[in-house]
Design a protein around this ligand. Sequence first.
Ligand code: C2G
Length: 129
Amino acid sequence: MVNIITYGTFDLIHNGHINLLRRAKEYGDHLTVALSSDTFNKIKDKDSYYKYEIRKMILESIRYVDNVIQEDNWEQKIQDIIDHNIDIFIMGDDWEGKFDYLNEYCKVIYLPRTVGISSTQIKSDFSKA
Ligand code: C2G
């Protein structure tokens, strides 16, 4: 059983998120998503449209996602990898290199981002409508 983990805010779920989740799941059998809490979003200077419980419920309905845990801080990744017996850590390549320190604990893979879509873009487009 190959366990995978990925992290993010996943606000206003869009094709970029789905592409990431689908490709991540192709690397193994079980995908855990560590979903940024509303408090951690503030630390990341991100203001999500949907609050944590809604974002969690939406993620749990996606066929590629097997488990959703809460992401509360930058420092929890090593403990998450240990606690969830993670084999592969996967993120979009906008994070390229930022999590290489996790190579000591599991395989680290950065996947190409989906160009042309982001939650920020969606919010900006709607604000112009
Ligand atoms: N993503 C993507 N293509 C896009 C937009 C996002 O592949 N067009 C990927 C990102 O690279 C990330 C995941 O989707 O791997 C979630 O993106 P966000 O919700 O923006 O997450 P982020 O704010 O990058 O949080 O500790 C890590 C952070 O929590 C990551």
